[in-house]
Design a protein around this ligand. Structure first.
Ligand SMILES: CC(C)(COP(=O)(O)OP(=O)(O)OC[C@H]1O[C@@H](n2cnc3c(N)ncnc32)[C@H](O)[C@@H]1OP(=O)(O)O)[C@@H](O)C(=O)NCCC(=O)NCCS
Length: 380
């Protein structure tokens, strides 16, 4: 492996200025940031998402042109001069000359750097940043000869994590209080891509939309939290699902939604919100978990909002998820477990085409402190 250059050596790699990076198949160009970009830099730095997730300055009166000018002169130009902070403007192929955001590589020495990025709000959702990150990744390893590039983001910044995963970065965990954010210490996700690591996208198994005339199975969002609270505080849910907190709050519901996103990101499982096809309100939840291991086995779990019970909603959802799982080839067998006295849950399994295949004696604790048999259902 070639030796990693120190910062001045890296600066010498580009004696004629900032290298322009591009790949027509990605539709993205990285070029020097120039004075004409500053009005759009201001717009980006005033955008609430940029303020929420990045450390853009928030001076009294709001970020202005003078702040953008100082950024260009003291951070961007100076960064390239010293070779310690390499910042590019991001441009999309469909809008030549228009500043769409920035991406930078901060060199820490010894072949290690950290990447940072942000887009103008009107440029989001078009795969610009995942393309830009691929270009910077290849520059870092193939041109700058770096050995490792670190990505960090405030926990909960799913857009950043998704972009990083699309360019090959793993999310290796949470480091508590690792990010300084306007005086606060926030928990950060961190992942490192090494020069010899594969540069392929990380799998991300977002639950697919399964839509029918009555129900729409879709990913959960934070907007579902109140309905999740109503369902999980309900006495029947509390009786059968002893793992739920006995004092279930909105915080628990938001954690549940966040857990569903984490399952998708790690491939541990898929969780759908069973929503009304008309007004999209949450009627229940259904999960398919446990696949991705050495065997193609999975388990379905579900709950229904009290208002949705007795109308075949979860039976229909279970049929849909089972059919999708079998057609996708992801699983060879699906299991459902239901507590012995939970007639409604057992009816859902049978109604969705499962048959009883066994009983695990006295292994399911209930809300009233008793322990009952678990009945196992599988597809014939
Ligand atoms: C994060 C950010 C850079 C994403 O840029 P982008 O160009 O919109 O992202 P892409 O279009 O390349 O998206 C890549 C994938 O991530 C997904 N994605 C993008 N933003 C997302 C979000 N907020 N939540 C969930 N997924 C998201 C896209 O759907 C896409 O998925 P796909 O490949 O399955 O289609 C942009 O939203 C942004 O500037 N946010 C504010 C600043 C910021 O957070 N910077 C990062 C600090 S660490």
């Amino acid at each position: 492996m070639p030796a990693a250059p120190d910062a001045p050596a890296l600066a010498r790699l580009h004696p004629h200025g900032v290298p322009v990076l591009g790949d027509p198949s990605l539709g993205v160009t990285l070029r020097p940031l120039v004075a004409a970009d500053l009005p759009r830099v201001v717009e980006q730095c005033r955008d609430p998402e940029s303020i929420r997730w990045t450390t853009v300055p928030t001076p009294e009166g709001g970020y202005g042109l003078a702040d953008a000018r100082a950024f260009l002169d003291h951070v961007v130009v100076e960064g390239w001069r010293s070779g310690q902070n390499l910042c590019w403007a991001v441009e999309g192929a469909d809008r030549p000359g228009v500043f769409c955001g920035s991406i930078d590589l901060r060199l820490h020495g010894d072949g290690l750097a950290e990447v940072g990025f942000g887009l103008h709000p009107d440029a989001r959702g078009r795969h610009l940043m995942s393309g830009a990150l691929r270009l910077v990744r290849d520059f870092a390893f193939d041109v700058a000869r770096l050995r490792a590039v670190r990505w960090r983001a405030v926990v909960g910044n799913w857009g950043s994590r998704r972009v990083a995963a699309a360019a090959g970065w793993p999310c290796e965990g949470v480091v508590r209080a690792s990010l300084v954010h306007r005086g606060e210490l926030l928990d950060g996700w961190v992942g490192t891509l090494g020069v010899t690591d594969p540069r392929t996208p990380r799998p991300w198994s977002e639950p697919p939309l399964l839509a029918g005339p009555r129900l729409r199975l879709r990913p959960f969002t934070d907007d579902d939290a109140d309905r999740v609270v109503e369902a999980c505080r309900d006495p029947r849910t509390q009786h059968w699902l002893v793992s739920l907190s006995r004092t279930y709050t909105r915080e628990h519901a938001l954690d549940y939604v966040e857990g569903a996103r984490e399952s998708a990101a790690t491939g541990a499982g898929l969780v759908w919100c069973v929503a009304d096809a008309g007004d999209d309100r949450c009627l229940g939840a259904i999960s398919l978990e446990g696949f991705g291991g050495y065997a193609k086995r999975a388990e379905i779990g579900y709950w229904a909002h009290p208002e949705a019970r007795g109308r075949g909603v979860l039976t229909e959802a279970t049929q849909r998820v089972t059919a999708w799982a079998e057609e996708s080839g992801l699983v060879d067998s699906v299991l459902i477990r239901a507590a012995e006295g939970n007639t409604a849950s057992r009816r859902v399994a049978v109604g969705a085409g499962y048959r009883e295949v066994g009983v695990m004696p006295r292994c399911e604790p209930l809300g009233d402190g008793t322990t009952v048999d678990l009945v196992l259902y599988a597809r014939p």
